[in-house]
Write a protein that binds this ligand. Structure first.
Ligand code: CA
Length: 448
């Protein structure tokens, strides 16, 4: 492909398609909207009339990052079909904005019924904060998809300047850039959500005010990589396989993994339109059972080579298998150092702190609290947070689905709070007292 036609392609293609072109030369194919029939057929369970889904169909969106693994594996391995959901389609979304647009119209309008989300997007959609005309579209969170698998990538021109997990003592580095007219530019692929929170937390923990001392911006992933190559982007926050590609292609290095910032942190979620779940509660639970079985499959490290193979395929991420396999085994070449630890890999079902799949309400509260911290949601959000969470978070459905699927009691959390959380800088978040967390933070937009 000539430079000219590549440029034209970039102007017309969706972000993720353009990303695979950039990273793979001319081998990238546009994403397919639907996938071939499952390659593995599971024995369907004998569904009692109480468990028989109201519909066999659902349209679930995903973004081509490792968070999507449970959706893709449930489809490919026949785990949705096993529970009666024989016609689930998993549809690649060009970017987060497209996923939002597609869930607004729903499958009836050619969009999606739900799928993979960064937090707090299900809340932002439910509250009408990011929808057209601020229409409130109630969403239900059904499960967490994963923990870990994300990181902060830095452009190679900053190699050797001591930009790592901790930025203590690095304020002068950011000040120098600022005074020379070019603030440190950090990007993410959707504003006021998870990826932005990671960048903000990382710099603020090092005493750098993200609103004053760096420039934060929303950029499609492919453009971020291109800008990093040409030196106009300093950092970006995203999920595997992007961080790994950046190091492998010598475009940049990894300052930190999110697994280092908050071990076993909440990451991305399965959420669906509330009207769809209300109309099809048994189908929603059948989807959940398929996801839970897929998450257990993904967490068996003996399956990870096959997981990398499936995700890397043309129908899905369309990347070389090798860029997925090492991170899936907990092996990260960070550029300036390496990590080799399976507990740092993306995990899907269980971790040392409990269930990964279970959507702890205490984690939703952290995302809302962090939104208040940075002025994305008004301070009085905390007064009504419990009410908001009780409407959106359907951990009750998760529990029912887990029991119906025969998940052992030991794997079903008894509390909807995971308790006090601790970050890499020593800051603690007590879900019983989110105001104390805000008070303890030196850098924030909200007035304590
Ligand atoms: Ca992510």
């Amino acid at each position: 492909m000539s430079n000219f036609s590549r440029r034209r392609f970039l102007l017309t293609a969706g972000a993720s398609a353009a990303g695979s072109i950039l990273l793979k030369g001319c081998l990238g194919n546009p994403p397919s909207a639907t996938n071939a029939a499952p390659e593995a057929v599971q024995t369907p369970v004998n569904l009692s009339p109480e468990q028989k889904p109201e519909t066999t169909k659902a349209q679930l969106g995903y973004i081509a990052i490792v968070e999507a693994a449970p959706l893709i594996i449930a489809k490919e391995k026949g785990f949705f079909a096993k529970y009666g959901m024989t016609d689930v389609e998993v549809a690649k979304q060009a970017n987060w904005g497209s996923a939002r647009d597609n869930v607004e119209i729903g499958s009836a309008g050619g969009g999606i019924d739900g799928g993979q989300w960064q937090m707090p997007m299900p809340y932002q959609i439910s509250e009408g904060l990011i929808t057209k005309g601020n229409q409130k579209i109630p969403m239900y969170i059904l499960a967490q998809l994963n923990t870990h698998g994300n990181g902060i990538a830095i452009a190679n021109k900053h190699l050797g300047k001591g930009l790592g997990l901790k930025l203590d003592g690095k304020k002068s580095f950011f000040d120098q850039l600022k005074s020379s007219g070019g603030k440190f530019k950090a990007a993410y692929t959707f504003p006021q959500a998870n990826q932005e929170f990671w960048i903000r937390y990382w710099v603020a923990a090092g005493g750098i005010d993200p609103d004053a001392e760096i420039e934060l911006l929303t950029v499609p992933a492919a453009q971020t990589v291109a800008n990093m190559k040409t030196g106009t982007m300093d950092a970006f926050s995203t999920g595997d396989p992007w961080p790994y590609r950046i190091v492998a292609d010598k475009i940049g290095f990894m300052a930190a993994l999110t697994a280092e910032m908050w071990k076993y942190h909440p990451e991305e979620y399965l959420a669906m339109r509330g009207d769809w779940v209300d109309a099809n509660p048994k189908a929603a639970k059948a989807i959940l059972k398929g996801i839970m079985e897929a998450q257990q499959w993904c967490d068996n490290f003996d399956n990870r080579a096959e997981l990398a193979k499936i995700l890397s395929g043309r129908d899905y991420f369309n990347v070389p298998e090798s860029v997925l396999l090492d991170p899936f085994m907990g092996k990260y070449n960070m550029g300036e150092r390496t990590i080799d630890d399976k507990t740092m890999a993306a995990l899907y079902w269980k971790d040392e702190k409990g269930s990964v799949s279970y959507p702890y309400k205490s984690h939703d509260l952290w995302f809302l609290t962090e939104s208040v911290r940075w002025g994305f949601l008004p301070p009085d959000t905390l007064d009504k947070a419990q009410e908001m969470i009780d409407k959106v978070n359907r951990e009750d459905l998760w529990k029912e689905a887990a029991k119906e699927a025969g998940i052992p009691d030991a794997d079903i959390p008894t509390s909807t709070s995971r308790g006090i959380e601790e970050f890499f800088d020593g800051i603690k978040f007590d879900p019983e007292n989110p105001k104390a967390y805000l008070d303890s933070l030196k850098i924030k937009k909200v007035k304590a």
